[in-house]
Design a protein around this ligand. Structure first.
Ligand code: ATP
Ligand code: MN
Length: 464
């Protein structure tokens, strides 16, 4: 008999019809006459209740059905008398696919997030992670839909790269060399001639530079793929392997870039509100009581657009009034997340797009303003999260870009192809990078970035 997914079964009203469902036992309870089994197949946060009359089934079979077991159940769909569900299945046949004995780690409810990370291979079977991972899928779909509808092309920047100008020191090396027998030259430097690519290569920290090649050919592209940073930041907002979305667009300026950032985030959050309400309601009840309200508020408010210099003035005025921050504030400082969160959560109470940063604290490719001090970079700052997007207008003037590269001593020997975009038919263009898991933190209300990706990679952790 054809299987019905539980997400559909719980909505059916064809009482009396025979259906088949398959899934994992969440709980079982009962008495001498009847057993109630809550079955979940991952298609929805909702379980379907299976009612098994004790005299219709072998006693041993019913006994062996415990939390975590996998079943196929056929039976009649009936209106439920019990509270909490509209329908249930009066079982006529139960087939056990897989038993789960009492060592199954998800027996009781209410495990800590830390414990669940240790059993990341099983945590997708919990309500919380089921909800988070269904929302994660929906966010990925929303992202592709948003850009596709706007005429952007999905562009695949390489994951293995030989350019190290962006992430020196933060990159994971890729090599097939025998690490016990590294070939070195007379100066003691490692020789890469015999390595797989014949040069030093790493996992990418960003697909942007190749993305710019796409934008300056196809007009508008976006990447959506894994990126890697060997930064030893043990924070609830950093992963060593995370997914990034990086649109890059020809012929737009700073104002249009900010419009795109704002419209994009609102589209994704709105998508969650329209397509994931069951899961959001669960997370709102169990994880973060303010979640749905916060999502609605972000969709309906206009983001603040704030020059960095103004932001510094606000923070300095606050400090003069007695406010204490851990890190100092002065023009030229890289704002810490306590500063960003103060502006967003306490001062404006809205998302903030900060612009025109000092050039010293931003990347070499950002377009220089005429003041000679600032660049057209944008960070989108969010409540709870801090920075969710980093973007900029790119410097399209060859001479200005080269001057900055030389000023910063950036190793560009393998970057001739990037400079060619400024040499041949250079054009104004801009783009940004959004960390997919930062968006996920915001949309789910989860507190730790390790809990919005199935198998997190962080310093000293690469299990599963
Ligand atoms: P942060 O200051 O928070 O470390 P960043 O300035 O290094 O961020 P960018 O290099 O601008 O970030 O990267 C673009 C986006 O990628 C960020 O806005 C953020 O959403 C995301 N991001 C950056 N680093 C990480 C990380 N280690 N884990 C998860 N997401 C990240
Ligand atoms: Mn960083």
């Amino acid at each position: 008999m054809k299987r019905t997914r539980i997400v559909e079964a719980v909505k059916m009203t064809q009482y009396g019809e025979t259906v088949n469902v398959k899934g994992w036992v969440r709980t079982k309870r009962g008495n001498k006459q009847v057993n109630f089994i809550a079955l979940n197949d991952g298609s929805t946060i909702n379980n379907i209740q299976i009612v098994a009359d004790v005299d219709k089934f072998d006693e041993e079979l019913l006994k062996s059905i415990t939390t975590g077991a996998c079943l196929s159940v056929t039976g009649k769909l009936v209106k439920s008398e019990g509270a909490g569900q509209a329908v249930e299945i009066q079982a006529s046949e139960i087939e056990i696919y897989g038993l789960a004995d009492n060592t199954y780690p998800l027996q009781k409810k209410g495990h800590s997030m830390e414990f669940l990370r240790e059993i990341a291979h099983l945590r997708p079977r919990t309500n919380t992670f089921g909800a988070v991972l269904r929302i994660r899928h929906n966010m990925a779909i929303a992202i592709h839909k948003f850009f596709h509808e706007k005429g952007f092309f999905y562009w695949h920047s390489p994951i293995i790269t030989a350019s190290d100008c962006e992430g020196a020191g933060q990159m994971f090396q890729v090599t097939t060399q025998n690490l016990y027998d590294l070939k070195k030259d007379e100066n003691g430097s490692i020789k890469y001639d015999d390595d797989f690519f014949g040069k030093q290569t790493s996992l990418t920290v960003s697909g942007q530079l190749e993305g710019e090649l796409g934008a300056t050919a196809l007009g508008a592209i976006y990447t959506f793929g894994p990126t890697f940073r060997a930064e030893n930041s043990n924070t609830p907002r950093h992963l060593a392997e995370f997914w990034m979305i990086e649109p890059e667009v020809a012929f737009i300026d700073l104002a249009e870039l900010m419009d795109l950032e704002e419209e994009f985030i609102k589209y994704c959050v709105n998508w969650a509100l329209e397509h994931c309400m069951d899961d959001l309601t669960f997370l709102n009840n169990m994880i973060d009581k303010g979640l749905i309200e916060r999502l609605k508020s972000v969709v309906s408010t206009e983001f603040v657009r704030l020059p960095y210099t103004e932001g510094i003035k606000i923070l300095e005025a606050e400090i003069a009034k007695g406010k204490k921050f851990e890190f100092p504030v002065f023009w030229g400082c890289d704002l810490a997340s306590e500063h960003e969160r103060f502006l967003v959560e306490e001062h404006f109470k809205k998302p903030v797009i900060m612009i025109d940063y000092p050039k010293e604290i931003k990347a070499f490719y950002m377009k220089q303003n005429t003041d000679g001090k600032t660049v057209q970079g944008t960070d989108v700052l969010f409540p709870q999260i801090g920075e969710i997007i980093g973007g900029s207008v790119r410097e399209e003037n060859y001479d200005k870009l080269m001057a900055r590269i030389q000023e910063l001593n950036i190793p560009m020997k393998d970057m001739w192809w990037y400079l060619d975009t400024r040499k041949y038919g250079s054009c104004p263009h801009a783009g940004f990078g959004l960390g997919f898991e930062r968006l996920m933190l915001f949309v789910t209300g989860m507190q730790n970035i390790r809990d919005v990706i199935p198998f997190p990679r962080t310093p000293k952790t690469a299990d599963f």
